[in-house]
Design a protein around this ligand. Structure first.
Ligand code: SF4
Length: 465
């Protein structure tokens, strides 16, 4: 099934160049605002992006809205690559994806009347055949957000309305153009507590009525629980946990989610609570730790966490978690199953204390002769693959794939392996952490970014395996 929105390995980096010395020395610091975010959203679904300020949730929203260009990764909307849209396709995308700003006071031009602000999107998107029809649409939209009678708001300026009324105008403006996806960034955080529930109820009611797909961005887990069926918790530019909202909030798996949930006041005072305390040192987005981004604050940190970045992997109940407390067993189960099904055999195994520090994985893939070209092209497209060597086997080709880190290996095993065309399931072998000297070609191959040897080599495999 194709998804309405597919975000894949989305990244946004900013180059920082500050001070005379860094300018002279040419030293640059990179801010990783969004660092490999992936999720899908189906039509009619509602996703909450939760996390502290600066975790990358608003940048993710701006990338989806194409207000920013990603450094890497892709966003597909209704099957189309958003980065490739231009002209009328881009205009249509901008109509279908609407944004509700955090601050309604900044969302509207203070010099425009409410009527003019609401007519503008109709004119831009050529909705309505006459001015009378457009004014009628505006009146209908104001009525729908309970601003009655609508005509009394037409000639008012934003400063003449309360915060709640203004946010209703912003909602009306977003819905005027019949969007498919609505992205709301902290939609009630600037409003008085007394009117927040009214605005949220209105948004929920309108979303259901129009079968809108929604993304809510908030640091407030209670809001997300009320509004969203799926929740993604972000930390330092990455998603650390994602799954059905009730699962994520009732049974948080990731230590950071546990800390966030434990900080939310519980309306039931009789329920036992175990506060999770975390250190208040937040790493800066330009000094990302080599391993888990949460390692410096995590109460359950282990040695492996400091060296190996955890992948976002399925745990249970539809929840995926990026934490070494969980995926290890999943990976082990997956590897065991793949081995029992004959996908590969482990020829050598890394010593446990080295895992995550300096692991080099080499996988020998036996590929049917007629599929070799396809398989090679497929492997060359994979970011995790550093080196491909091709030799001829007795009945087929052997493609040796070098994966430079445990991270790449896990990704390869968990998702890439099953998609290689023409793979012979019985002969694939895996070597972990083999001594480099036994492969004299290896260091120079790894020193280069990506090396592909296209020509098939005669006879035996390299290294005398
Ligand atoms: S990977 Fe390690 S440091 Fe990161 S959240 Fe899990 S236990 Fe904590």
């Amino acid at each position: 099934m194709s998804h309405l929105l597919e975000v894949t390995d989305l990244r946004k980096e900013y180059l920082l160049q500050s001070g005379l010395l860094s300018a002279v020395m040419g030293s640059r610091r990179v801010v990783h605002a969004v660092n490999g975010v992936s999720f899908v959203l189906d039509e009619g679904g509602s996703l909450g992006l939760a996390g502290e300020s600066g975790c990358g949730k608003t940048t993710t929203a701006k990338l989806i809205l194409r207000l920013l260009h990603p450094t890497a990764g892709s966003i597909r909307f209704a099957g189309r690559d958003v980065a490739a849209l231009d002209g009328s396709d881009l205009l249509s995308y901008r109509r279908q994806v609407q944004f509700i700003f955090q601050n309604p006071y900044e969302a509207l031009n203070p010099r425009f009347t409410i009527l003019r602000s609401l007519l503008e999107p109709l004119i831009i998107h050529e909705i309505g055949r006459s001015i009378a029809e457009r004014v009628e649409r505006v009146a209908g939209a104001l009525d729908r957000v309970h601003l009655n009678p609508p005509e009394t708001f037409f000639l008012k300026y934003p400063h003449q309305l309360s915060g709640g009324q203004l946010q209703r105008v912003v909602i009306a403006r977003a819905l005027l153009v019949d969007p498919v996806l609505l992205v709301a960034d902290e939609p009630v955080s600037m409003l008085d507590v007394s009117i927040r529930a009214g605005v949220l109820n209105l948004m929920r009611e309108l979303s259901r009525e129009r079968k809108l797909t929604t993304i809510y961005i908030s640091h407030d887990l209670a809001l997300i629980r009320y509004m969203c069926s799926v929740t993604a918790v972000m930390y330092l530019g990455t998603i650390c946990e994602i799954g059905p909202t009730e699962e994520v909030i009732e049974h948080p798996r990731h230590p950071y989610t546990q800390a966030l949930v434990s900080a939310v006041p519980d309306p039931d005072p009789t329920r036992p609570r175990r506060p999770v305390e975390i250190a208040d040192t937040v790493p800066t987005p330009f000094q990302l730790p080599a391993g888990c981004p949460f390692a410096d604050r995590c109460p359950q940190v282990m040695e492996v966490c400091r060296h190996l970045r955890p992948l976002l992997l399925p745990v249970d109940a539809g929840v995926r978690v990026a934490c070494h407390l969980y995926p290890d067993s999943t990976v082990r189960k997956r590897v065991t199953r793949l081995m029992s099904e004959g996908y590969f055999r482990i020829v050598g195994v890394a010593s446990p204390f080295k895992v995550g520090m300096d692991v080099v994985a080499i996988i020998g893939l036996n590929v049917a002769r007629q599929k070799m070209t396809q398989a090679r092209a497929h492997l060359q497209r994979l970011e995790s693959v550093r080196y491909i060597g091709i030799t001829t086997g007795t009945f087929d080709y052997i493609i040796e794939v070098v994966l430079p880190s445990m991270q790449d290996l896990l990704h390869f095993l968990m998702s890439d392996l099953a998609r290689i065309p023409g793979l012979s399931h019985t002969e694939t072998s895996l070597i972990l952490d083999i001594p480099k000297q036994s492969y004299d070609w290896l260091p120079s191959a790894l020193a280069k970014p990506r090396v592909f040897r296209d020509a098939a080599q005669p006879s035996r495999r390299r290294g005398g395996r």
